[in-house]
Ligand binder design. Structure first.
Ligand code: CIR
Length: 256
C-alpha cells in the first residue's frame, strides 16, 4: 500500500450550499458545520502523518471542496481531469497551479474525454477506472494511455448504480477491498478479498485508507467493525454535510 506524506485539500466555499446533489428534495449542507467537519478531516489526515496544504475556497465552483475529482496522481505525474459535470469544469485550473511545483509532469484529459478522480482507484498496483455518468470511455482511454506510458495498467470498470467507482468500493490495502452493491459480484475484482459493507451502511463504502489507519465516516459502526475484524485500525470522521452532496471521505483530498 502506498504510504502518503502529503495531501491537498480545498476549503469549502459558501456556495457549497448550491453544490450538485442527487437528493430529492435537495438538502443543502450547513456551511458552518461543513467548515468544522473539514477542519476535523484535515486534522485526521495530519494524525495519519500527512502534511496537508489547504487551497483557498473558490466561490465560482460550489463543488470545489471535492478536490479528488480534479486530478489523478501517479509517481511524478499529475493528470488533470476534464470533469464530467459541466458546472465543475475549470475547478482543475487552480489545482494545477498548486500541483505544478510538486509534480514534474502535468498531463491532461482532453475533450471529448471526461474523467473524475472519484472514478479512479489504485488497488494491487493497477488503476481501476469507473465508467460512470461522469467518466466516459474516451476519458478512461486517455488516462489508460498516459498510465501505460508510465508502465501502469488501467482497468475499465462499468458501473451503474453509484455516482463514482469509489462511492461503492475502496481499497483497504493488503489485498482487501471494501465493497458494496454492484461491486460485490463484479468479476473484475476477483483477485481481491472483499470486505462487504453491511446492509444499510452503503455510504461507508467510501472509506479511506491512509497509512496505518482507515478513516470511516462517523455513524457506520457495523462497517467500522468489519474493517477492524479484517485487522485494520479505524478512525471515525464526521462528513455528514458533504454526504448531502454525494461526497465522501476520499473526495475531500488528493493524497500523494
Ligand atoms: C458532485 O456531484 O460532483 C459533487 N456534489 C460530489 C462529488 C463527490 N466526489 C467523489 O465522490 N469523488
Amino acid at each position: 500500500m502506498t504510504r502518503f506524506t502529503r495531501a491537498l485539500v480545498r476549503r469549502p466555499c459558501r456556495n457549497l450550499v448550491h453544490g450538485l446533489s442527487s437528493a430529492l428534495p435537495a438538502l443543502p449542507p450547513d456551511w458552518g458545520k461543513a467548515l468544522e467537519q473539514h477542519a476535523a478531516y484535515v486534522e485526521a489526515l495530519r494524525g495519519c502523518g500527512l502534511e496537508v496544504t489547504a487551497l483557498d475556497a473558490d466561490e465560482e465552483f460550489p463543488d470545489s471542496v471535492f478536490i479528488e475529482d480534479t486530478a489523478v496522481l501517479c509517481g511524478g505525474t499529475a493528470v488533470l481531469c476534464r470533469l464530467g459535470a459541466a458546472s465543475r469544469q475549470g475547478e482543475e485550473k487552480q489545482v494545477a497551479l498548486a500541483l505544478s511545483p510538486l509534480f514534474p509532469r502535468l498531463e491532461a484529459i482532453l475533450a471529448p474525454g471526461t474523467l473524475e478522480g472519484g472514478d479512479v482507484m489504485l488497488a494491487g498496483g493497477r488503476f481501476y477506472v469507473g465508467l460512470s455518468s461522469r467518466t466516459n470511455r474516451e476519458g478512461a482511454r486517455q488516462l489508460g494511455e498516459i498510465l501505460g506510458r508510465l508502465g501502469r495498467e488501467a482497468v475499465p470498470v462499468p458501473l451503474s448504480a453509484v455516482l463514482h467507482l469509489k462511492t461503492g468500493v475502496s481499497c483497504l490495502g493488503e489485498g482487501l477491498l471494501l465493497a458494496s452493491g454492484e461491486f460485490l459480484q463484479h468479476g473484475v475484482f476477483d483477485r481481491f478479498t472483499l470486505v462487504a459493507v453491511p446492509a444499510g451502511e452503503e455510504y461507508a463504502a467510501n472509506s479511506l485508507r491512509v497509512n496505518d489507519r482507515v478513516l470511516v465516516p462517523a455513524g457506520f459502526p457495523k462497517t467500522r467493525r468489519a474493517i477492524e475484524k479484517a485487522g485494520l485500525e479505524t478512525l471515525a470522521v464526521d462528513v455528514s454535510e458533504f454526504r448531502k452532496l454525494d461526497g465522501g471521505l476520499s473526495c475531500l483530498s488528493l493524497r500523494f
